[in-house]
Each structure stands twice: as C-alpha cells, then as structure tokens.
Design a protein around this ligand. Structure first.
Ligand code: G6P
Ligand code: MG
Length: 216
C-alpha cells in the first residue's frame, strides 16, 4: 500500500529551529528589535524570504526593495551556516536514525521534502544523506509550502503514486501542503499545532514503519 516516505527536514529529522531562531534574532537585534520564541513557531516550514518579511513586520520595519531583502536574508544565512556547519550526528532527533534504517530495510523509498536551501549540508553533517533516494529542497522548488510542489516533485522522482506516499511534517504549512494533494501525513509534535494530520506523535522513537502505517 505505502511505498514511499517523504520527510521534512527541520523539526522532523533534526532540530535546527534553534539555529534559525538564533540567527533571525541576531538580525532583528541588529535592526533594533526583538521577537519571541513563540513568534518563531510561525516561521516553521516557511521559506527564508517569507520568514524575513514576517519578522520585519513584527519589528515595524518597512523594507520593500528586493536587493535589501536579499541582503538581509543573506546576512542571516551566513550566521545560520556558521552554526549548522558545526552540527554532528548527535543532533538527529530521537528515533529518526533507527526509523530510517528500518524503512530502508523494508524497501520503502525515502525522499526529503524541505523548503530549506541548506538541506544538503545538514544531511551531510548529521551523516544521513545515504538514506535518501531523492532530495527535494528549497533550491528545486518555486512555490513554498503550503503549496504541495515540494511533495509532488519528491513523489515524481521516486516514481510512486500520490496515494503510496506518507509525508512526515512538523509544521502546519507542511501538513496543509500534503493535504492539498491528499497525501497521508504524520504530524511530528503537538496535535494542537498540527491540524489535519492523519496521526500525530511527538517524535519517531519506538515506531516501526509497520506500526506507524497501521495507524494512518
Ligand atoms: C524550513 C524551516 C524554516 C526555514 C526554511 C528555509 O522549512 O522550517 O524555518 O525558513 O526551511 O530554510 P533555509 O535553510 O533555506 O533558510
Ligand atoms: Mg519542518
């Protein structure tokens, strides 16, 4: 029935939200304002430039010039990369490694479906690149979640049908993207933040692919 798993990256496989928060906060501070960790929740799954626009709004900053928006996004990204370059395999989220091993063993195809343009370096630093049959990241898609483009691209590259895919997501934008094309979706996190998921679990610890598939 299910032949492919498509994993979001940030918040599903690794906890990079803290690095995004750190780098965005630094940028906001340099512009003279601050934002909260709760506001940071709203940035999950959202592309770099859309995140910047939201943050600037919170700080009541008017920036419309595209060059200036790109300049600010690049500054943040330089700080972000400094941090993710130091990541290690210890930072893979609980249960993820074993779940990938079991999925691969059972012949399930594995793809990445992430908005991040830094996906490759994160997979490399944490040592999980080899699990992926297809990697679709922010460099390959034009429309960001909740548009389903990223998951459709992954499904096509894996050469499976939409109804054979299961998406793993920690962000509402990602759940909405999967549901826009009626893909099954496992929410990682709290049910209150993940409306519409077929099931929700705090993490992948103690799950086998079979046990999980039986629940959706
Ligand atoms: C993921 C994260 C977002 C981030 C986006 C783009 O979706 O959840 O917080 O803004 O990727 O990441 P990037 O690494 O390209 O800045
Ligand atoms: Mg995510």
């Amino acid at each position: 029935l299910y032949k492919a798993f498509i994993f979001d990256l940030d918040g599903v496989l690794v906890d990079t939200a803290k690095y995004h928060f750190n780098a965005w906060s630094r940028l906001a501070n340099s512009l003279g304002f601050d934002f909260t960790e709760q506001q940071n929740e709203e940035l999950k799954g959202i592309s770099r430039i859309d995140s910047l626009k939201k943050i600037l709004k919170w700080g009541n900053q008017e920036v419309n010039e595209e060059n200036e928006l790109n300049r600010l996004a690049n500054i943040k990204n330089t700080w972000y990369i400094e941090m993710i370059e130091k990541m290690t395999p210890d930072e893979i989220l609980p249960g993820v490694y074993d779940f990938l091993v079991l999925s691969q063993k059972e012949g399930i195809k594995i793809a990445l479906g992430s908005a991040s343009k830094n996906a490759e370096i994160i997979l490399k630093r944490t040592g999980i690149t080899h699990f992926f049959d297809a990697i679709v990241d922010g460099n390959l898609v034009k429309k960001s979640k909740p548009d389903p483009e990223v998951f459709i691209k992954a499904q096509q590259l894996l050469k499976v049908k939409i109804q054979e895919c299961v998406v793993f997501e920690d962000a509402q934008a990602g759940i909405d993207a999967a549901k826009a094309v009626s893909m099954k979706v496992v929410g990682i996190g709290l049910p209150s933040n993940l409306t519409g998921a077929d099931m929700v679990t705090p993490d992948l610890e103690n799950w086998t692919p079979d046990k999980l598939i039986a629940k959706i």
